[in-house]
Design a protein around this ligand. Structure first.
Ligand code: HSE
Length: 449
């Protein structure tokens, strides 16, 4: 334990709060209202020594804290704390403040997914150098305890796959599309009107938010550094009412999934080497799958581990109090380390597995086609799959959908077995180029079955 970590018996642990938005306000209020219980759980009082805000003079009289605690001088605040809670978000100034806090001997609790997904390794290195803790449960899936279970409870097991609904906005939008038949734009507008989606929903609907969370989950699950720019990302802006309807017909539902998977790829000589696939994209999953029943803006993370089998974590992924719950859990954990000595786990990246490109990910596709209804068409379609070494699992020809120029059209629905994603997307391109394929109506990856 470094000198900066030594705490005299009975002395309060000083907590500095960086940021007083929705989450910060909840943290300040709960720290104050639950002070006695928190002190009993930690074994030492927690004293809020300052709250760094961007603008002074704003009315914050609704918070049960001394107004003298508010300061615009975050740089100085982080030098006089044992625990710094960062809920500012974004890369700077959060990163610089965290580095400075650690250099002054403070443990850090952060809710900053973008920062952890971009600069996790260097923050862990600073934490190790200065002998302090770095905890960030609130960065992924809000109130849901998922990082601690992966980092600590499953540390004796081997995680095979993590499938997460980690963005509430997109889950709300897709759920509305499913239940009302609305298109994407209409469902987003409704989500904005009800306060579920931001005025600029780009970070959510384009999958950036989920990609940062996927990078954090994969890093912990596979003991391998994964940054957000290594995560394949597709948002939900292209998901159409036709896609959602196609899913309904399969008794499936479309979800934006963060998928982290331990896998193997064959080299040119057929030798298998391990790697990890980390991706965010919309996918069909069966309604009967535990993630299929996650409605509205809720989050859930489904974990498959070699020995534990299947685990499901469910709850609120955003909001002041739910996120503050995760922050305060971390505050208690790092405070207990201060009192009892020792530190929580540092970075574990020993496995150092290669992060595979999307083309190498093993996926399954559901493809709906409008085709000419005449002899040989099915054979042509099947040949396109075979030419790319993609095996068909089911094929269903549905009702005649149209008649044009005397030629009858049919709707063909093909679900594949697992194949490299590059082979599947090349197959779709080849199908689209066939004269007998009038339209590729819907293409959606399939997960969870
Ligand atoms: N904007 C996120 C969501 C919450 O919609 O789930 C914060 O990560």
């Amino acid at each position: 334990m470094s000198d900066s970590q030594k705490v005299t018996a009975g002395e309060p642990l000083r907590v500095a709060l960086l940021g007083c938005g929705v989450v910060g306000s909840s943290v300040a209020r709960l720290l104050t209202e639950h002070a006695d219980d928190l002190a009993a759980r930690v074994g030492r009082p927690l004293e809020l020594v300052g709250i760094a805000v961007r603008r002074a003079g704003r009315d914050r009289s609704d918070l049960p804290v001394d107004p003298a605690l508010f300061t615009t001088d975050a740089e100085s605040l982080v030098t006089r704390a044992d625990i710094v809670v960062e809920v500012i978000g974004g890369i700077e100034p959060a990163r610089g403040l965290i580095e400075k806090a650690m250099a002054h001997g403070a443990s850090v609790v952060s809710a900053n997914k973008a920062l952890l997904a971009e600069a996790g390794p260097s923050l862990y290195a600073s934490a190790a150098e200065h002998g302090v803790d770095l905890y960030y449960e609130a960065a992924v899936a809000g109130a849901i305890p998922i990082l601690r279970p992966i980092r600590e409870s499953l540390a004796g097991d081997d995680v095979r796959k993590v499938l997460g609904i980690v963005n509430g906005t997109t889950n709300y939008v897709l759920d509305k599309m499913d239940t009302t038949g609305q298109g994407f734009a209409e469902a987003v507008e409704q989500a904005q009107a009800l306060g579920y989606a931001e005025a600029d929903p780009t970070a959510d609907v384009e999958g950036f938010d989920a990609a940062a969370k996927a990078a954090i989950l994969a890093s912990l699950a596979f003991h391998t550094r994964v940054s957000s720019d290594q995560v394949y990302r597709e948002g939900i802006t292209e998901v159409s009412a036709a896609d959602v309807q196609a899913a309904r017909e399969m008794d499936c539902v479309v979800k934006l999934l963060a998928i982290c998977e331990r896998t193997e790829v064959a080299d040119a000589d057929g030798v298998l080497t391990p790697g990890v696939s980390v991706r965010v994209h919309p996918a069909m999953i069966p309604r009967s799958h535990p993630l299929g029943g996650v409605r509205d803006a809720f989050n859930a993370v489904f974990v498959e581990a070699d020995a534990a089998g299947e685990l499901m974590f469910y709850g609120k992924g955003a909001g002041g109090d739910p996120t503050a719950s995760a922050v305060l859990g971390d505050v208690v954990a790092v405070a207990r380390h201060r009192v009892g000595g020792g530190r929580g786990p540092g970075e574990s990246a020993y496995a150092d597995l290669p992060v595979l490109g999307m083309g190498q990910a093993l996926t399954r596709y559901h493809i709906s086609l409008a085709v000419a209804d005449r002899p040989g068409v099915l054979a042509q379609v099947a040949t396109a799959f075979a030419a790319h070494d993609v095996s068909i699992e089911t094929v269903r020809q549905k009702v005649v959908v149209d008649e044009e120029g005397g030629e009858t059209r049919a709707s063909l629905v093909v679900v594949t077995h697992t194949a490299p994603d590059a082979a599947l997307s090349a197959t779709v391109e080849a199908l689209a180029a066939l004269d007998t394929v009038h339209e590729v109506t819907s293409v959606m990856r399939v997960e969870g079955s």
